[in-house]
Design a protein around this ligand. Sequence first.
Ligand SMILES: [Zn+2]
Length: 393
Amino acid sequence: MKTRVEKAVQALEARLLAFASELVQIESLTGKEEKVVRRIAAEMKQLSYDRVIIDRVGNVIGVIGNGPTKLLFDSHVDHVAVHDPEAWELPPYGGVINNGNLYGRAASDMKASAAATVYAGVVIKQLGLDAGKTIYVCCSVMEEDYDGEGLYHAIVDNSLQPDYVVICEPSYLRVTLGHMGRAIYKITVPGISAHGSAPEKGVNAIYKAQQIVARVEQLAKEYMQRPAGERPSLALTKIESTAVSLNAIPASCTLYLDRRLIPGETEESVAQEMDALIAGTDATWEIYEAECTSWTGETITLRSFLPAWEIGREHPLTKSCIKAYKELLGQEPQLYKWTFSTNGVATANRLGIPTIGFGAGIEAMAHKTNEYCPVSDIVTACQFYSLLPAYLP
Ligand SMILES: [Zn+2]
């Protein structure tokens, strides 16, 4: 099987790499992915996918096979902006392949893997590896700022019901078993407005907020005392106040907290922490909700509580990935956990679908100047994705 997959990928390699390069050349910021999505849909059609869907929120999903076991590969095709084009050694949207690397914004995060999955779909079809399976190749939108929302809609709106999900974020070809969660909290402290020349007639919301700021700082320090890898974190990231003018006492003060979540932490458990931070004050807290519009014009709301997720070493999906990797590369894969958040928050948590990670490219390159992805990773990832269905239970 390994040899057949290698041969099939080799025959397609030039097209695969040209396609990966082309994807990098198409700028596709969050909410502005139309061009790249249409390009991927066209490629899937040309590659004789059984079905190609562009859905309500603008994801593109290619379907191969119609068997009962359903496997979904997800790659988000939005990316962060380039603020320093002059600092790049090669043009950020050049998609240049040189010295064995594909260079450009989103090369690692994560158009390399997107291209690898699109071509894996073809290999799976050519070799009949879709027997008894349905393969969804999903290139999803809006991940960078709205983790999980695009993929959630891809799965729910289109009734895909996958049994297994592979998140193809860059993992340097390590089998990735989950990541920490993240949440944003908003604490609002009320005050009473008064003229700045008579502060005693009002209540300064910023002064009131000081007590909460001190508690946040203290708790953040306590978390840092815990062993690395097992600790949550807490950071006050922004303070805003409202006052009718610069010579008025502020009538409210808002604090934003970034809270990283470890496995097992829930909305309820962190609610107790938030209650304790505002105890004895008349402040209120809420989970921050962010809203955005997809390129198709749909409104998406992200509720910013994204729990950690993990999959066990003994889970059948993990075992399948390990077996496929061993057949392909002749050794045990490294097992890993991502340091960032991914669309897995939607599949593993909200939808309860067994989810694992494996991707081409270098995690540390994500969002960096001079981002690149090794070409060999793209080829190996394509081989791995092609082989995996054969190993699923
Ligand atoms: Zn990413």
